[in-house]
Design a protein around this ligand. Structure first.
Ligand code: MG
Length: 359
C-alpha cells in the first residue's frame, strides 16, 4: 500500500458549554483534519487540534508541518514497511507532535485496513468497549456542583474535576460542594493542570484525604518541568498522582518511571506524536507497574476514535478520558467509535471505521 496523497482541511465546531481549565478556556473546537489516500484508493483519517498553551502547536504550525515537511517525504512510501515510515515521521522534524499525531492516526487507519482488522484488534484487541469519565470545568463551587450532579444524572460514574485556576482553598470548597451534591456513588478525579505549588498541593491533598473527600487521583498538580516537585507530591500523599503535561515523549516517561515521580501516566496522542510513540510509553509503564489513562485534547470523533482504538487495545490502559466529542454541538464524522452514554464501542470494520468526514 503506497501513500499517494496527503491533504489537510480545517474544521470548527462550537462547544455546548465553555471548557475551562487552569490553563485555558475553549469555546469552540478547532482542528486540522488530515486525509491520506493510498494508490489503491483507500482513505486514512487523522486530526490535530491546536493547543498552544500545552503543546505549542497552532493551526498554522500544524498545517505547515504536514504540508511542507511531512507530506512531501511520505508520498510514495510503502506502508508494508511501516516501521520505516514511522521512523521517517519522527525524524523529519523535532517537536510538532500534534502534526505527527494527525498523520500517525491516518497511517494506522490505512495500515489496519490493509491488515483487514479494526485498529483496536490490530494493536492488541484487549477489549472492544471502554467507559469515559466526564469533565467538570472550573467555575464557582455552586455551578460545578450543579454540573457534576447533571453529569451524574446523565449516567457518568467518573467525574474529572478541573481545579488549579485560583486559590487552592477555593478548590477544596469546590470539591466539597461537588461531593455533597453527588454523594458517594461517583468516582472523583482532580486535574490541576499544573496550577498548584508543590507545598500547597501536598497540604491540600492531605487535607482532602482528612476530610474524607475520597479522591481517586490527582492529575498534574505542579508545573510540567518540575519532576522533583511532582515526585515530592507523590511521595508525600496517599492519593495517587498522575503525570500529564510532564510526559509527552517516551524519554520523559522514562524519567518519571525511573524516579517514581508519579503513580500513573496520562497518555495523549497529541503529546506523544501519535499511536506509535504512545505504545512505547504504555509498554514502558506496564513494565514498571504503572497503569496509564488515555485522554485527549478538545478533539472531534476523528481523534477520539483513534485514541479509543489504542486505549481499548491495551491491558495496561485502565482509565479513559474521552468526553470531548460529547461537548460538541454536532459531529462531523460518520462511523468511528459509538457512544452510548459513558460507554464507547469500537467499530468492527477494518481501520478506524470512519466512513465519512464532513469538512
Ligand atoms: Mg490533564
Amino acid at each position: 500500500m503506497i501513500i499517494a496523497k496527503v491533504e489537510t482541511s480545517r474544521a470548527a465546531i462550537p462547544l455546548k458549554k465553555p471548557f475551562k481549565t487552569a490553563l485555558r478556556t475553549v469555546e469552540q473546537a478547532e482542528t486540522v483534519v488530515v486525509k491520506i489516500t493510498s494508490e489503491c484508493g483507500k482513505t486514512g483519517w487523522g486530526e490535530a487540534p491546536p493547543t498552544v498553551v500545552i503543546t505549542g502547536d497552532s493551526m498554522e504550525s500544524i498545517e505547515s508541518a504536514i504540508r511542507n515537511t511531512l507530506a512531501p517525504q511520505l508520498i510514495g512510501k510503502n506502508l508494508l514497511q511501516y516501521e520505516q515510515v514511522f521512523h521517517l515521521l519522527h525524524h523529519l522534524l523535532v517537536n510538532n507532535n500534534s502534526a505527527k499525531a494527525a498523520v500517525d492516526m491516518a497511517l494506522y487507519d490505512l495500515i489496519s485496513q490493509q491488515a483487514g482488522m479494526p485498529l483496536y484488534q490490530f494493536l492488541g484487541g484487549y477489549r472492544n468497549q471502554i467507559e469515559t469519565d466526564y469533565t467538570v470545568s472550573v467555575n464557582s463551587p455552586e455551578e460545578m456542583g450543579e454540573d457534576a450532579l447533571a453529569y451524574m444524572q446523565a449516567g457518568f460514574l467518573v467525574l474529572k474535576i478541573k481545579v488549579g485556576k485560583d486559590q487552592i482553598e477555593n478548590d477544596i470548597l469546590r470539591i466539597k460542594e461537588i461531593r455533597n451534591k453527588v454523594g458517594n456513588q461517583v468516582k472523583i478525579r482532580l486535574d490541576a493542570n499544573q496550577g498548584w505549588e508543590v507545598k500547597e498541593a501536598i497540604r491540600s491533598i492531605r487535607k482532602m484525604e482528612d476530610m474524607g473527600l475520597d479522591i481517586e487521583l490527582v492529575e498534574q498538580p505542579v508545573k510540567a518541568h518540575d519532576l522533583a516537585g511532582l515526585k515530592a507530591v507523590t511521595d508525600a500523599v496517599d492519593t495517587p498522582i498522575m503525570a500529564d503535561e510532564s510526559v509527552f515523549s517516551p524519554r520523559q516517561a522514562f524519567e518519571v518511571l525511573h524516579n517514581r515521580a508519579a503513580d500513573l501516566i496520562n497518555i495523549k496522542l497529541m503529546k506523544a506524536g501519535g499511536i506509535y510513540k504512545a505504545q512505547i510509553i504504555n509498554h514502558m509503564a506496564e513494565e514498571c507497574g504503572v497503569e496509564c489513562m488515555v485522554g485527549s485534547m478538545i478533539e472531534t470523533h476523528i481523534g477520539i476514535t483513534a485514541a479509543a482504538h489504542f486505549a481499548a487495545s491495551k491491558k495496561n490502559i485502565t482509565r479513559f478520558d474521552f468526553d470531548a466529542p460529547l461537548m460538541l454541538v454536532k459531529s462531523i464524522v460518520e462511523g468511528g467509535v459509538r457512544y452510548d452514554g459513558r460507554v464507547l464501542t469500537l467499530p468492527e470494520t477494518p481501520g478506524l471505521g470512519i466512513t465519512k468526514v464532513h469538512v
